[in-house]
Design a protein around this ligand. Structure first.
Ligand code: PLP
Length: 364
């Protein structure tokens, strides 16, 4: 018998697209350069949050509280859910991985819209399950009818991203309820609300309310965006108890550091201050959106902290032009570019470049 002379890895890993992090800002000469490629919060940490992080740092020889007791209690209190319905993880991508591990494996299917969050195909493929991707509609929205129709006996999980990364479109309460009514009760549905705090359209529900009486619905939230803790890796799910318990089983033990736990708890306590910043970003989003419309772009309304430009074949060229002008955006070659709402100066640079690529500039 001959033995292979290389370490044997699971064939499910072959061809996994690697996650492309938003490129860092590049500085050329004296010109400022801004990173608006990863949907980060452009504001620095709040002094009150930095203070608790500093004092917690003095204890990092110890493992953190494995159950994140204080943080879980603060989340449960804030969202008016029992503590047993909250499960934490290393960012909501970590929690998503816990959900996939708890629901899907070889032979199973996971249904989601595409294009959507680029972590989805990676996490699904690692599990061995098969991705079933349903194209967005012509207005950059989830095609919920097609998604419901794509659910089969093999479907174990459905991922719904609202607002959707990278298009910024969000799903109305009526549409979401109709969709959930069509999905069998034994199929877990994740509603990824990473950008919930940026939503201003009153027709878009808080998914935690939608999920209150639906045992198969899991809501994902993160401290990375509105709360500005991207570098600390903490997110959570709100799920009914058996599912939440499964997410605690599949979590990396001690995954969420004490520093992240205390920073997240302090951020919940400092919400008033943090949400003033969110409000400023939302205002800036409106300004950018209106300017793009004026330039002739067919902009879908964004309910997140970024905008989406459907550039097609000119996407890569556009991203290069942005970089030369001092802003790094996130291109999806052949499709479009996602641009984070950042510092006013960064947004202005982006708008100047967008004007030269706009549909009206092309026909003028
Ligand atoms: C940014 C983002 C997340 C959050 O990721 P973290 O792991 O919490 O930093 C989750 N879902 C979507 C759609 C996102 O864009």
């Amino acid at each position: 018998m001959t033995q292979p002379d290389h370490p044997r890895l699971r064939s499910a890993l072959e061809g996994i697209p690697s996650y492309r992090p938003g490129r860092p800002a590049t500085t050329t000469g004296d010109a400022p350069s801004y990173k608006i490629s990863s949907n980060e919060n452009p504001y620095p940490p709040l002094p009150s949050v930095l203070d608790v992080v500093r004092s917690e740092a003095a204890r990092f020889n110890r493992y953190p509280d494995m159950f994140a007791t204080g943080l879980v209690a603060a989340i449960a209190d804030r969202l008016d859910v029992p503590t047993g319905r909250v499960a934490t993880g290393t960012g909501s991508v970590g929690v998503l991985q816990q959900v996939v591990q708890a629901t899907a494996a070889e032979g199973d299917e996971v249904v989601y819209a595409w294009r959507s969050f680029e972590a989805y195909p990676i996490v699904v493929q690692i599990s061995g399950a098969r991705s079933v991707q349903l194209p967005l509609t012509g207005t950059e929205q989830h095609d919920l009818d097609a998604m419901a129709a794509a659910v089969t006996e093999r479907t174990r999980l459905v991922l719904v991203c609202s607002p959707n990364n990278p298009t910024g479109t969000a799903i109305s309460g009526a549409d979401l309820e109709r969709f959930l009514d069509r999905v069998p009760r034994d199929v877990v549905v994740v509603i990824d609300e990473a950008y919930r705090e940026f939503v201003r359209d009153a027709a878009v529900p808080d998914a935690i309310d939608v999920a209150r009486d639906r045992a198969n619905v899991v809501v994902l939230r993160t401290f990375s965006k509105a709360y500005g803790l991207a570098g600390l890796r903490v997110g959570f799910a709100v799920a009914h108890e058996p599912v939440a318990a499964a997410l605690r089983k599949t979590a990396v033990p001690f995954g969420v550091s004490s520093i992240a736990q205390t920073a997240a708890t302090a951020s919940l306590a400092a919400e008033d201050e943090l949400f003033e910043r969110v409000e400023a970003l939302v205002k800036e989003r409106s300004r950018v959106h209106d300017a793009l419309r004026e330039q002739g772009w067919a902009q879908p309304a964004s309910e997140a902290n970024f905008v989406w430009l459907r550039l097609g074949e000119r996407t890569t060229e556009f991203a290069a032009a942005c970089e030369a002008a001092g802003v790094v955006v996130r291109p999806f070659a052949g499709e479009g570019a996602r641009v984070t709402i950042g510092e006013t100066e960064a947004n202005d640079i982006f708008l100047r470049v967008a004007a030269t690529f706009s549909p009206s500039a092309a026909t003028a």
